[in-house]
Each structure stands twice: as structure tokens, then as C-alpha cells.
Design a protein around this ligand. Structure first.
Ligand code: 4VN
Length: 324
């Protein structure tokens, strides 16, 4: 599919929280966090919610692309920390930027969300139902994690990123292949925002929000097992060898997972950029943030072959192979 990235952007809240800052308020240490996760700091919202971060990215995308909001046909936001059940975060963004010609919806696929959103975007573009699609990944995980649970509280950060995609029939940019897989039977390994049905009528208990919970070992082994397989399947569909790929933009869940995937696939670690040290795990935002940093640094350039892989809640895994 002859699709090109018209623009790319990312935004993180200003406030930086270091591992030492966390060690002041919970029983953890900079040494443990760095050794086990690779994280040194993360950006934490001070009142900005998921739509606020997403709007910042959306406005920057419009500025960079030279497009007006009315030229956008579709807005998709991938998030596991939406503003609300309704309106969707995508609808809030649509209203805020005045994209009156766009229809908008959220995608809930946790840390694979941006990959699933790229799949939706490429389908609408290939069918001609949309000419310009704004795809965003945005998270304010600081509002859903349990800050008393040191096992998970140290892992996450807030942020947003995204791109404007459009058909470019006579260009060389393209979405070459994808692989999306869901393992719902393992879904209980990573949960947040569980909302149980009422057990009596009329309701007598207050609604308690269930914060982020994870069986770290189960998700860790799921990721190291399934990500190489998803990348291989996607490369096979694209009729590429994994060694043809210039950069593997993996969900920044954990530095050791990324290194183990590179090792398992016998590929140089230089092809697996890591920025988790600066942002923590920003779930659906982690790929668009890293992708944009690589584009801004001129590392991803026209003709680059890039594999983007997400993995996490669902449980889900997804890979997109693109020629930039
Ligand atoms: O070493 C240790 O003791 C622990 C071992 C467990 N760890 C984990 C485990 C899983 C994740 C993770 C999270 C999400 C959610 O976005 C998605 C995908 C993954 Cl693979 C992140 N860290 C941290 C260090």
C-alpha cells in the first residue's frame, strides 16, 4: 500500500520524575530500576489529561504538514488511559482542533494500540475511504497506576506521539505488510480499569476503579516468545529477510526484553533503538515517540525499512513493516 508519513510528532509533559525521586516515596532504588528495566526517568503529567497531550501532537502535526484541520478525514487515538468511556479521546481531539470533516474513534489494544491503529489507518487509506488520517498514541498512565505498588509504579510514564498518513501513489513509501495477533485467554495477566457488573439492583456499592495490575513474569515471557515470531511472520509476508530491516522500533516496555529479542533474532542491537531510559513505558505512545525521535534525528529517512512492533495488554502483539 503506497502510503507515506506526511508528518510525525511527539509530546511529553514537562515534569521529569527520576528514579531517585521515586526512591523518596517508595521502597525502591535507582540501581534496581535501572538494572531491571533500563529506566532512568519518566515524564509525569501535572494536570494534562490524555486528550491534552494528544491535542499538542495533533496541532504540531498540522503545523508540520501544512494541512488545515479540515483536510483530515479520520482521527484514531490508541490509548489504554482514555479521558472517559465517552466521548472518545479521538472525538475530544477532533473537536479541539476543529477537524470538522473527520470522523474519530479510539482503539484499545494497550501497548499494541499504535500498531493496530496504523492497521486501521492503512485499511481506510487503501480503500479510498480516507485521504488523510491522523493516527495518535497517547497515555496518561500516571492516573491509572497504583503508586503504592512499587513493582509497577516505577515502570510507567506519560506521553503522546503520532503521524499524518496519506496515499502517495507515485512515491516509494509504503506499508509493506503487517501481523496482528491477540491472545485473549491470557488477558488477565495485564489489566486496568476493570468495571464489574452490579450484583444487585438498585446499586448499593460505590464504583471502585481497578488500577494497573500485571503478572510481570507472564507478560515478560509472552513478549520474548511472541515478538520475534510476529516480526518473522510480517517479514515473510513482505518477502523480506529480517536482516533487510534497518530499524526495529519496539514497544519500550523493558530494555532487557528488547535486548533478548535482538539476541534471539541474531540481529545487531544497534538496529533496536532504546529510549526507555528517558520516558519509561508509555504504552501506546512509546512507538510513535521513538519513531519520531528517529525521524527527527535523520536515522529513519526516505527508503528506510522499519519494523514497528507493539506487545502487551490483551494480550496482544502486532508488527508493521514499512518503507519510509
Ligand atoms: O526484572 C523484574 O523483576 C521485572 C520483571 C517484569 N518486568 C516487566 C514485565 C512486563 C512488562 C510489560 C509491560 C507492558 C505494559 O505496558 C507491556 C509489555 C511488557 Cl513486556 C514490563 N516489565 C519489569 C522488570
Amino acid at each position: 500500500k503506497k502510503i507515506k508519513f506526511r508528518a510525525s510528532s511527539h509530546y511529553v509533559p514537562e515534569k521529569i520524575v527520576t528514579n531517585d525521586d521515586l526512591a523518596q516515596i517508595m521502597d525502591t532504588s535507582d540501581e534496581w530500576i535501572q538494572k531491571r528495566t533500563g529506566i532512568k526517568q519518566r515524564h509525569i503529567s501535572q494536570g494534562e489529561n490524555t486528550a491534552d497531550l494528544s491535542v499538542k501532537v495533533a496541532l504540531d502535526l498540522l503545523a508540520k504538514s501544512g494541512l488545515s484541520a479540515k483536510e483530515i478525514d479520520l482521527i484514531i487515538v490508541a490509548t489504554m488511559s482514555p479521558e472517559a468511556y465517552t466521548p472518545s479521546t479521538a472525538a475530544l481531539v477532533q473537536g479541539e482542533i476543529g477537524a470538522s470533516k473527520a470522523f474519530a474513534f479510539d482503539i484499545s489494544a494497550a501497548c499494541s494500540g499504535y500498531i493496530y491503529a496504523l492497521e486501521m489507518a492503512s485499511a481506510y487509506l487503501a480503500s479510498g475511504q480516507a485521504k488523510r488520517v491522523m493516527v495518535l498514541g497517547g497515555e496518561v498512565l500516571s492516573k491509572i497506576i497504583d503508586w503504592q505498588d512499587r513493582a509497577t509504579a516505577v515502570l510507567f510514564g506519560d506521553g503522546a506521539g503520532g503521524a499524518i498518513l496519506e496515499i502517495d501513489s507515485d512515491g516509494t513509501s509504503a506499508f509493506l505488510a503487517s501481523d496482528l495477533a491477540t491472545y485473549g485467554q491470557d488477558g488477565q495477566s495485564l489489566t486496568a480499569g476493570i468495571t464489574p457488573a452490579l450484583t444487585s439492583f438498585p446499586a448499593n456499592g460505590e464504583h471502585k476503579f481497578s488500577s494497573f495490575a500485571m503478572d510481570g513474569h507472564a507478560v515478560y515471557s509472552f513478549a520474548t516468545r511472541e515478538v520475534p515470531k510476529s516480526i518473522q511472520r510480517a517479514c515473510d509476508k513482505a518477502q523480506l529477510a529480517v536482516s533487510d530491516i534497518d530499524y526495529f522500533v519496539l514497544h519500550q516496555a523493558n530494555a532487557r526484553i528488547i535486548k533478548s529479542v535482538a539476541k534471539k533474532m541474531q540481529l545487531p542491537i544497534e538496529k533496536f533503538p532504546i529510549n526507555i531510559d528517558r520516558y519509561g513505558n508509555t504504552s501506546a505512545a512509546s512507538e510513535p515517540i521513538l519513531f519520531d525521535e528517529l525521524v527527527q534525528a535523520g536515522k529513519i529517512k526516505p527508503g528506510s525499512l522499519v519494523a514497528l512492533s507493539g506487545f502487551g495488554g490483551g494480550l496482544t502483539v502486532g508488527t508493521q513493516i514499512i518503507r519510509y
